[in-house]
Write a protein that binds this ligand. Sequence first.
Ligand code: XMP
Length: 430
Amino acid sequence: MKQDLIVILDLGSTNNTVLARKIRALGVYSEIHPHDITADGLRALKNVKGIVLNGGENRVVDGKCVEVREELYDVGIPMISIDYPQSKCKMKLDSLPEQDTLKKFLFEECGAEANWNMKNFIEDQVELIRQQVGNRKVLLALSGGVDSSVVAALLIKAVGQQLVCVHVNHGLMRKNESESVVKVFRDELHANLIYVDASERFLGKLENVADPEQKRKIIGSEFIRVFEEEAGKLEGIDFLGQGTIYPDIIESGTKTAKMVKSHHNVGGLPKDLKFELVEPLKQLFKDEVRACGVELGLPHDMVYRQPFPGPGLGVRCLGAITRDRLEAVRESDAILREEFARAGLDKKVWQYFTVVPDFKSVGMKNNARVFEYMVIIRAINTVDAMTASVEKVDWDVLEKVTERILAEVENVNRVCYDMSPKPPATIEFE
Ligand code: XMP
């Protein structure tokens, strides 16, 4: 292993991730672990150079204050504490901006080296994946999203043809998205890729289903079924690759951190698939996952793509999905993305997309009355997707997008711009 490690023990701080990122920003790899780790558990981690006891407001759990095990003080690894009055550490950090004390602790007290970078991370992970997998096979559901794409590239580097990728096209992908996954992974990275066009099957199941939650459930469970069917056709698979990233683990709750939301990867694949998991990105934050993708040579567009919901365009073709409206969503979304890129807004705006409601309005085309659908444009900025503000898009850009949608997208006679922040609106409509 190339990297030194600083272990942050979670004693109820709400700033564990901020601290982890601060230490990584200083070039030293850091991980957050539960407060009750044993001395043996600590010794089993590789290259531990220092420990931060990170206390805070959630330190009282079920009426009791959580403490680290006494035995940790005898392991002989330098320690520092933050907001943890009972600690026996010599060094204390009064607050996270105290950059100088943190640096002194890392580089003088612990003797850590600033050797955390993506090149080393990839080399270490390749070695770890090879140790775990040996000459056996790994299966990966490759959606084409940032996380699954980066895991795929990393696994290809580590175990090559022992990786089997399955890309399920549920018919709700954006324009040319599945084609691009096949081109990059099969043609350029020479991955062992199974492409399943399940569009008809998904659209059939979704016919006449208007309730948003019901739509999501159908898409999620159908995805699992298709994936299981494909996995059943393969022989000798022992591992399942997953694009789990660090916030998925942290937000799902630790012993002292409150659960933010539970995360499901690949649409919540069932535990009884009986595969061992390979999750090489599980210690990375999103920006680090992107940096890893770039280092692995993935195309910029794939690595820096905006978030896209698992149920895809299915939650943007409002109400019961029909093929004409689904095409209107897909085409208008492609136009919006093209024009935003042309105006440089793709690098500025966090998320932007179109939706098509399931009602029509009156209009006029070629001097005749028409009764057609409308496209709603949504463009928002956010830090964590919990709240969002509306982007003040330049009027000329909006005019150009509108002009093109009205000229190029069939069955549409009206374009609107959504002015609603989150809350009260959510980012997606369904
Ligand atoms: P909302 O609509 O809840 O969306 O404000 C917040 C962010 O989450 C994305 N989103 C999803 N992402 N699976 C995902 O991976 C989903 O089912 C899903 N639903 C919403 C949404 O695009 C926005 O970025």
